[in-house]
Ligand binder design. Structure first.
Ligand code: CP
Ligand code: NVA
Length: 298
């Protein structure tokens, strides 16, 4: 594996290998057996805000023996209009790898092609692959496996999180239901491209939650969509609250990639009741991304 640009580009074998490696790296964190990034310098280019992704990559690269620099797009010439392909060709001659958070998926693809260095997607409008790896690790820890489980994603069914979940379900075979207002469901051409009969779409959140094992939500308005009041107004029936969770299986878990907007996509009481899982999920960003970095460094 040279890059992690999307879950779409992975498969069942690589997903399982990454999660198994993350389990191992988490267990040996206090006594690591190798430093695969020793002597390497990595860069992070972020054009959107971040707490978890930024901190977990900064810590992760250092724990694997490398050093890392954070480049806000506002501080580099990219923010003044220098093309991504030029930025990539400069950094590609100086650093060993780059982690990018931005809007267009094509920018991450272009960076990997022009920079010719390992490139990791730290969130685009299309995918959030690192988050899904942490989520899968959390499911494995909490429920033992995702096999045979029913996963529900409630909220904006056509954002970076839902799309990455859909690809993960295709490769790993678990049942995934996307519950969203009709206009926020993934489009037909995307679903046709994925071609996964185990992924279904509905605008009925109660039916979706029936017998669910994993209830997953995310902000209604992703970064870049702030102020879209008309879109936000569609989600009133899609809040993860006690009433909705009463339809889920006993022993269900609730996931939220964070940041959370209380009393919007999730109630304060549900978030706090499931905070043990949700903050374990946040911590798992570190372990899952170390697995990605270690696999790239192999
Ligand atoms: N979940 C996630 O990616 O968090 P940040 O935006 O804080 O990095
Ligand atoms: N869908 C959200 C995820 C945040 C981690 C966003 O893009 O803002």
């Amino acid at each position: 594996m040279n890059h992690l640009l999307s879950i779409e580009e992975l498969n069942a074998v690589s997903l399982n290998e990454l999660i198994d490696s993350a389990v191992k790296l988490k267990a040996e964190r206090s006594a690591p057996t190798s430093q695969p990034l020793a002597g390497q310098t990595w860069a992070m280019i972020f054009t959107k805000s971040s707490t978890r992704t930024r901190v977990s990559f900064e810590v992760g690269v250092r724990e694997l023996g490398g050093s890392i620099m954070f480049l806000s797009s506002n501080d580099i010439q990219l923010g003044r209009g220098e093309p991504i392909k030029d930025t990539a060709r400069v950094l590609g001659r100086m650093v060993h790898g780059c982690i990018i958070r931005t809007f267009a998926q094509q920018d991450v693809v272009d960076f990997s092609q022009f920079g010719k260095i390992p490139t990791i997607n730290a969130l685009t409008d299309e995918e959030h692959p690192c988050q899904i790896l942490a989520d899968l690790l959390t499911i494995k820890e909490k429920l033992g496996t995702w096999e045979g489980k029913k996963v529900v994603f409630i909220g904006d069914g056509d954002n970076n999180m839902s799309r990455s979940w859909i690809w993960a379900a295709k490769y790993l075979g678990f049942e995934l239901v996307i519950a969203a207002p009709k206009s926020c469901l993934p489009p037909e051409d995307f679903m046709a491209k994925v071609n996964a009969p185990n992924v279904t779409l509905t605008d009925d959140p109660v039916a979706a939650c029936k017998d669910a094992d994993i209830i997953n939500t995310d902000v209604w308005l992703s970064m870049g969509q702030e102020g879209q009041a008309e879109k936000e107004a569609l989600f009133g029936d899609y809040q993860v609250n006690e009433s909705l969770l009463s339809h889920a299986n006993e022993g269900h878990i609730v996931l939220h990639c964070l940041p959370a907007y209380r009393e919007k996509e999730i109630t304060e009481s549900v978030l706090e009741a499931h905070s043990d899982t949700i903050f374990q999920q946040a911590e798992n960003r570190l372990h899952a991304q170390k697995a990605v970095l270690a696999m790239i460094a192999q």
